[in-house]
Ligand binder design. Structure first.
Ligand SMILES: [Zn+2]
Length: 630
């Protein structure tokens, strides 16, 4: 494998410019991130059952002293702040374990046990956090769980804090209304593309190091343990709803369509503590996540932060959240909330102001700046989201991908455009010569654009791939955003070390699909149907999911697969009865129709071939599709 390179002079100059432009560092964040520290486990090293680490902060021991010239100095500072791991006291009765995973897990002390907020990504890391809490605060049971929102880093580790008996007993699991639908659906229909792009965004294939992964901005990185989804037992539907759980009073504020489709903040009167979920964090969050997802509503995000100020701020002594460190004191808390509120609204309003002046996304993003009062704060900086891609998100939410210029209405796709650009410039050698000159000038953005055409025209040309990797790498070194750095450096690694092509698709793990309700499972089949291959074929199936007692009418017509609940057709080609798990196994092609008939989880009346014909029409996605090459 050919490895990373050193920072160039241009990158060193860029890092120095960044240092000169940063806010004054009073050390406040470092105090806040360590305040209330109680204890930890060595290196926060957490193993799975097989003895392999799912989390190990010793891999980030290199993050100390001044920033190396291969890391943006502002990101380096955030990386240091995201390194303080262990159990921290937030206030009497409220404790957090931080940096045992990407997110925070919070423990509230009730009358008889612990209420857990946001049990991390993996069962292993959540269990280790609970063990640390019990070691220092007493061996008490978990009496309830709260999920602040529908992202996996806030529920995936629930089985590390709840036993199967707890779950069977109906122990309270409290979540905002719409949680389950958002949690199962957000990543399903575009799941393969999103999952592959997430490998770029979180740098999960990059080795940690000054020339590799440093920080995700939002937290250090993601853990790799056992992930599960246990549905909530209590849905919070309205702001102002109050619950008393094990003697702890909780006042809820629902905040739909903010950082997640289903999310909520809440306030604890007896602790004078406010949990802002992931609606506030110590940086600028994503309005569009670069891995890809639907665009978030910055306007309602800002609105709900303002509502939280009205509802809770004047009686809040401490504010904590699902990532990063808390803030103490009413004045400090209100200022923080106001600036977070204004950060999202400023980006929203100013993007639309500029769009209404006729500027297009690239033009808006290029010179977009925060006003001095927002720019003066560290917690408005783009460690995760950036002003650049967030302004594009606002534009896209209101105006779409098309900038109105018909030159961009029907452009050639990358390989076709690439061949034409390379020819227009006078061939590969001429293009590389011009690109190398731009590289020598430090104009890496231009190198990336120019050489991208050559890589897509001639992906086998190693000199092109290597120069492209060199340029993207310097952009990665300069990036303040953890995801941007990870995208650039992962791309550089793949350009230098292309994966051998595969004749057969290499699908992602089927865990998500195996856990889906039948409705979403059938939805996922619709986007796998190869419409042109289906052509004029028509298939009608009556389907009963035997364990959940759901019935669906499944029809293929006009190259489209439909499923409609509670309907049946008298003239169906076949009538099927199948368990949900076997339906998932069929979808994943882990079992054949014959296997399932044999193990008696599938019965078919009518024409069995109708089902096998339909399965033949489903594509299987290759998780490792190329991103920076054709
Ligand atoms: Zn999160």
């Amino acid at each position: 494998m050919s490895g990373p390179k050193n920072a160039t002079d241009a990158t060193r100059r860029a890092q120095a410019d960044t240092v000169a432009s940063l806010p004054i560092d009073t050390g406040e964040d470092f105090d806040l991130a360590q305040k209330g520290f109680i204890g930890t486990i060595p290196d926060a090293r957490i193993l799975n059952e097989a003895g392999h680490p799912v989390w190990d902060m010793s891999r980030f021991d290199f993050i100390k002293d001044d920033a190396p010239d291969t890391v943006n100095p502002s990101l380096w500072r955030q990386a240091k702040l995201n390194s303080f791991h262990g159990l921290f006291k937030v206030t009497d009765g409220v404790y957090q374990v931080r940096n045992f995973d990407l997110s925070n897990i919070t423990f509230l002390e009730g009358d008889t046990g612990y209420i857990v907020i946001d049990p991390l990504i993996s069962a292993e890391t959540a269990a280790a956090a609970l063990a640390l809490m019990r070691e220092h605060r007493g061996d008490k049971p978990v009496v309830a769980v709260i999920y602040t929102h529908s992202h996996v880093d806030h529920y995936g580790g629930v089985k590390g804090v709840l036993s199967d008996e707890d779950i069977a007993s109906g122990l309270q699991i409290i979540a905002p209304e719409g949680f389950l639908k958002a949690a199962v659906s957000e990543n399903v229909l575009a799941g393969n593309a999103m999952g592959r792009r997430a490998t770029y965004m979180y740098g999960s294939m990059l080795p940690p190091g000054p020339q590799g992964h440093v920080d995700a901005g939002l937290g250090k990185t993601v853990s790799f343990g056992k992930v599960s989804l246990v549905p909530p037992t209590v849905s919070i539907c309205e702001t102002g709803e109050t619950l008393t759980v094990d003697g702890v009073e909780i006042i809820f504020q629902v905040t739909p369509d903010t950082e997640a489709p289903a999310e909520m903040n809440f306030y604890f009167p007896q602790f004078k503590a406010l949990c802002m979920a992931e609606n506030c964090s110590c940086h600028l969050h994503n309005i569009i996540t670069p891995r890809g997802a639907q665009i978030r509503d910055a306007k309602s995000w800002s609105y709900y932060i303002n509502e939280a100020i009205d509802l809770f701020a004047s009686r809040t002594d401490v504010l904590f959240a699902s990532h990063h460190w808390p803030r103490w004191g009413e004045d400090i808390t209100i200022t923080f909330l106001q600036k977070q509120r204004d950060l999202y609204k400023y980006i929203h309003d100013q993007t639309l102001r500029l769009a209404n002046h006729g500027l297009t996304p690239l033009e808006i993003a290029e010179d977009f700046k925060l006003p001095p009062t927002l720019e003066a704060e560290w917690y408005t900086r783009g460690y995760y989201g950036t002003l650049s891609h967030n302004t594009k998100a606002i534009y896209q939410r209101y105006l779409g991908w098309f900038d109105g210029n018909p030159a961009n209405l029907h452009k050639w796709p990358p390989a076709e455009a690439g061949r034409r650009y390379v020819a227009a410039i006078g061939g590969a050698d001429a293009l590389l010569e011009k690109a190398q000159a731009a590289f020598n000038d430090g104009d890496y953005r231009w190198v990336a654009e120019l050489v991208n055409h050559l890589v897509f025209a001639e992906p086998g040309l190693e000199a092109a791939r290597n120069l492209q990797a060199d340029a993207l790498e310097q952009l990665g070194y300069q990036a303040e955003s953890g995801p941007w750095r990870a995208f650039y450096l992962t791309a550089a690694m793949e350009l230098r070390n292309p994966r051998p092509p595969s004749d057969v698709p290499r699908p992602a793990g089927g865990d998500t699909v195996r856990g889906l309700p039948a409705d979403e499972l059938l939805d996922s089949l619709s986007v796998r149907l190869n419409g042109l291959k289906a052509g004029a074929q028509e298939i009608t199936l009556n389907l009963t999911v035997t364990d959940t007692k759901e019935t669906y009418l499944v029809t293929l017509t006009n190259g489209v697969l439909h499923h409609e609940p509670d309907k049946r057709a008298d003239n169906a080609d076949a009538t099927l009865a199948i368990t949900r798990a076997s339906l998932a196994a069929l979808a994943l092609k882990e079992k054949s129709v014959a296997d399932l008939i044999d193990d008696e989880t599938l019965t078919i009346e009518g024409n069995e071939k109708a089902l096998t014909d339909l399965l033949e029409l489903l594509d299987t996605f290759d998780f490792w599709f190329e991103i920076v090459m054709p």
